[in-house]
Design a protein. Structure first.
Length: 338
């Protein structure tokens, strides 16, 4: 029903409007007494065999919702009834920001992809914390953190520290996002020296607490092998808990959609990034001898795509664009297959 009726209606609207309409409608439906149980029966995979124990956390299944969907941490309670094993909120920045001017998201329907240049639009740390205090679900929640656009790179550590400290009581793990192409100069923080400084600082904060929480690093698919080698060294030296591979790409090769759309700035997600994302996962897994967990994301639209990520070395997977194109049965289909 989703692909034949609901998606064609949603795709009549701009991507951001469609997102707002779909999430609002689902939240309203889910507020009706008894509907959450209906959604659980329809979409939540059953069976303890799906549980995955990783960096001290137990995930009810290995398929998560990637960051960028629940930017303000106001959807996770409702979306816990759609079968996800974990949900990543954010990217959260210390101060609220509107993001880049609209339009800033574009569908590449012939390629089953999206281009976005959202620019970390979110309600800021204070709003995220207020929403996380309303948590009603035991689903694993990840906090994806970034810096404000107006914060220079030399002071970026301060922004990440603010978000880390503020979210610490409310999320189960952290993701350090230095790989979005939509905040000016952000990807420069992926270079070895600034990244070592940032991750070491967060780890020191983490270790100073009575109980630490897992820290992962989200990387771009556009890194060279030399840069990926640096990533392996950094993970092993700082002893962070793992990698999320990958974010969106700035490449535009081999696309079939409207050429005018291909000229839009921003990160490309969905099917076009699937191959490169899997290559990065495989390279990191082999180069590190599997010494740290990897969460695979990028172009997963069916069970086979998820299997490829897992076979390449991922321990968990996340969906975003594939969820938009395929609908809420995607998670259950993947879990049924793996």
């Amino acid at each position: 029903m989703y692909k034949t009726i609901i998606r064609p209606i949603l795709f009549l609207f701009s991507p951001e409007t469609a997102h707002h309409l779909a999430t609002t409608f689902f939240k309203v439906l889910n507020s009706i007494p008894g509907m959450s149980s209906v959604f659980d029966k329809l979409y939540v995979p059953k069976g303890n065999h799906l549980e995955k124990r990783l960096f001290g956390l137990t995930f009810r299944n290995p398929v998560g919702l990637a960051a960028g969907f629940d930017k303000k941490a106001n959807l996770y309670n409702d979306f816990s009834h759609l079968g996800f094993g974990f949900i990543e909120i954010g990217t959260i920045t210390p101060k609220p920001q509107d993001g880049n001017p609209k339009p800033r998201m574009f569908r590449l329907t012939k390629d089953s992809g999206l281009i976005n240049r959202m620019g970390f639009n979110n309600g800021g740390l204070e709003q995220a914390v207020a929403n996380l205090k309303k948590r009603k679900t035991d689903i694993i929640i990840g906090g994806n953190i970034g810096k404000n656009k107006t914060t220079p790179n030399e002071k970026a550590v301060d922004d990440y520290e603010i978000c880390f400290n503020g979210l610490f009581p409310y999320v189960d793990y952290f993701v350090v996002n230095v790989s979005s192409p939509n905040t000016p100069n952000l990807r420069e923080l992926q270079e070895k020296e600034p990244l070592m400084k940032l991750l070491s600082h967060l780890q020191n904060l983490n270790m100073s607490r009575a109980t630490r929480k897992p820290i992962l690093l989200k990387i771009a698919p556009d890194l060279t092998n030399d840069q990926l080698n640096d990533i392996v060294d950094i993970v092993q030296e700082t002893k962070i808990d793992g990698i999320i591979a990958t974010n969106t790409t700035i490449e535009r090769d081999g696309l079939k959609s409207n050429p005018a759309l291909l000229n839009e700035a921003g990160g490309l997600s969905g099917l076009p990034v699937k191959k490169r994302s899997t290559e990065v996962i495989r390279y990191l897994h082999q180069k590190s001898n599997g010494s740290f967990p990897i969460i695979g994301v990028g172009g997963i639209s069916n069970a086979q795509d998820a299997k490829e990520k897992l076979e390449a070395g991922a321990s968990l997977v996340q969906v975003y664009t594939g969820f938009i194109y395929e609908g809420p049965t995607l998670v259950k289909h993947i879990c049924s297959s793996i």
